[in-house]
Design a binder for this molecule. Structure first.
Ligand code: KG4
Ligand code: ZN
Length: 346
């Protein structure tokens, strides 16, 4: 038929994921299966992802997850047009597991293999969910990345800003740890903040006012530690107040940094035929205050704010399959089977 169907594989961090996604000639897509297994329980005792444990867990789970994805999609490997596997950036042990599995399937079936950049997956998902056209701005906020990226086309990206120290999710996780909250810290900090006084602590807003579009969050974490140390003993209300103040500082920071990014976009693309758009991706996109901040920023600047469903913001294999489909539909070449995983791949 006229549709393309790809099996996607994602193993770059602590989620093992497989998906079957189709793309039709009109550019629309269909998620036929989306299976994600989180390793959270295996890592939470350590307060973070342990690479060796992650790699072994991918080995344990990946085969049956791929099988499950195929069954749910009601298909078999012979009815798949290509395989897309994450080749980086990420933890090398996990990348090896997923990419080598993808290579083996490609070799055994004779189908093409697309070695996908995980960040490209995050950047393109919104074209599957919202049919968004280029160019648009994407804010990726996860445990490993904080980037503002101009998405001009498939394989055509320009990083406008990045963090010079901690990722935003990392700042949430470290703040939670300092306050004795469990891992992953983002949801815990958000929950505590809901009962807190955001005006109590005046935490720093790093880089606010600077013209470059970068981010910095490590100073904020230090300020949180000093605030916690200044109170003895720290009560539940103190923790809530710290969390609320922390989130307020982040909102103010993002409002300034991203606001500058939106203005730059309007300067570079003054007369687009459609409304400009800001897309958010990554696990921190679950945060409601962050969403409110970005929504009101977009309202003020005439941007559409697009947040894909949460399951497609966090790590998944649908986005990897979709990135493969976009490449394939453009006639971009598949990768040779000697392609190597890359732990760093900007
Ligand atoms: O994209 P993701 O699932 O995994 C990678 O980092 O690759 O993002 C996980 C990060 C963690 O740092 C977690 O604390 C953060 O997203 N996070 C949140 C929230 N939910 C998850 N941060 C703030 N508020 C939340 N509600
Ligand atoms: Zn990710």
């Amino acid at each position: 038929g006229s549709k393309l169907r790809i099996l996607g594989i994602e193993t770059s961090c602590d989620e093992t994921a497989a998906a079957v996604v189709s793309r039709f000639e009109d550019g629309s897509g269909l998620i036929e299966a989306d299976v994600v297994l989180s390793q959270l329980d295996e890592h939470s005792a350590y307060g973070g992802v342990v690479p060796e444990i992650a790699a072994r867990a991918h080995v344990d789970a990946l085969d049956s997850l791929i099988e499950e994805a195929l069954v749910r999609a009601g298909t078999t490997l012979s009815d798949i047009d290509a395989i897309a596997a994450t080749a980086g950036p990420g933890l090398i042990g996990g990348l090896l597991v997923g990419l080598m599995t993808g290579k083996a399937i490609a070799r055994a079936t004779g189908k093409p293999l697309y070695a996908i950049n995980h960040l490209e997956g995050h950047a393109l998902t919104v074209r599957l969910t919202d049919n968004l056209t280029f160019p648009y701005l994407m804010l990726l906020v996860s445990g490993g990345h904080t980037q503002l990226v101009l998405v001009r086309g498939i394989g055509d990206y320009q990083r406008w800003g990045t963090t010079i120290d901690d990722a935003l999710g990392e700042a949430f996780d470290k703040t939670a740890k300092l306050l004795g909250l469990p891992y992953p810290g983002g949801p815990e900090v958000e929950r505590a903040a809901a009962k807190g006084d955001a005006q109590r602590f005046n935490f720093p807003r790093p880089l606010v006012g600077e013209t470059r579009l970068d981010f910095s969050f490590s100073g904020l974490k230090t300020a949180v530690r000093q605030a916690a140390e200044s109170i003895e003993p720290v009560s539940g209300q103190d923790i809530s107040d710290i969390c609320a103040s922390f989130q307020r500082a982040i909102s103010r920071t993002l409002d300034d940094r991203i606001g500058r990014g939106l203005l730059r976009f309007l300067t570079e693309f003054p007369q687009g035929d459609s409304m400009p758009a800001l897309v958010v991706a990554g696990g921190v996109a679950a945060n409601q205050e962050l969403r409110r901040t970005l929504q009101s920023l977009c309202d003020r600047h005439g941007f559409r704010f697009v947040a894909p469903p949460l399951g497609l913001c966090t790590d998944n294999a649908v986005m990897i399959a979709w990135a493969g489909l976009e490449r394939m539909a453009l006639g971009m070449p598949a990768d040779a089977l000697d392609v190597q995983p890359r732990s760093r791949w900007p």
